[in-house]
Design a protein around this ligand. Structure first.
Ligand code: AMP
Length: 192
């Protein structure tokens, strides 16, 4: 991971229902970086009704993962755009597998500085997701997503950890409390 020269490059990891999306938006605004949510990008493709969008919808509804090569292609293209090159980025929802993390390391290299794990336990995120009543939040899809997270995405914590580029932040508490914790962790990690 790179030293701090040039714009900030961040990754936020966390289970679905951890509050990651909300905090990612606030962090991107605070640090002046581009929020890149792969889930939002896929949902936009679904809305456009393209052939790709239809395929993505079926995968997302089932709680499965879109293939790595597709996701890497989407993110490669996004990271090359001038707004991201100029201002830096906060990746939200990517990487989700070790193959994606390897590709990101190759792609972003020194532009990537830190991964943040927004930590909320499985029981708590399940409770939160069941209470928000979203159409894609069936009990089956939630269980499938959490399962995939443990299998595919949780190992990324060790992956970033061994590269000295991981901070873990407790995601329990009010939105403001969690935000303040995230900012303190990022400022500490990125100024040292
Ligand atoms: P999210 O909004 O990040 O929870 O993403 C919603 C859905 O989009 C996920 O459940 C996956 O089906 C798909 N998705 C988003 N990002 C990725 C990714 N990096 N790799 C594979 N599938 C993804």
């Amino acid at each position: 991971m790179g030293d701090r020269s040039g714009p900030l490059g961040l990754v936020i990891l966390g289970r679905q229902g951890s509050g990651k999306g909300t905090q990612a938006l606030r962090l991107a605004a605070k640090y002046g970086v581009v929020h890149i949510s792969t889930g939002d990008m896929l949902r936009a493709a679904v809305e456009e009704g393209t052939a790709f969008g239809l395929q993505a919808k079926a995968i997302m509804d089932a709680g499965d993962l879109v293939p790595d090569d597709v996701m890497v292609g989407i993110v490669t293209e996004r990271l090359a755009r001038p707004d991201v090159v100029g201002s830096g980025f906060l990746l939200d929802g990517f990487p989700r597998t070790e193959a994606q993390a390897e590709s990101l390391a190759e792609l972003a290299g020194d532009r990537l500085h830190l991964a943040i794990n927004l930590d909320v336990a499985v029981d708590e995120v399940t409770r939160r997701m069941l209470s928000r009543n979203r159409a894609d939040d069936t009990a089956e899809a939630i269980a499938r997503r959490l399962d995939l997270y443990e299998q595919q995405t949780a190992p990324l914590l060790a992956w970033f950890g061994t590269r000295g580029a991981l901070v873990v932040v407790d995601g329990l508490g009010t939105e403001d409390e969690v935000f303040d914790r995230l900012v303190a962790a990022i400022d500490h990690a990125c100024s040292s």
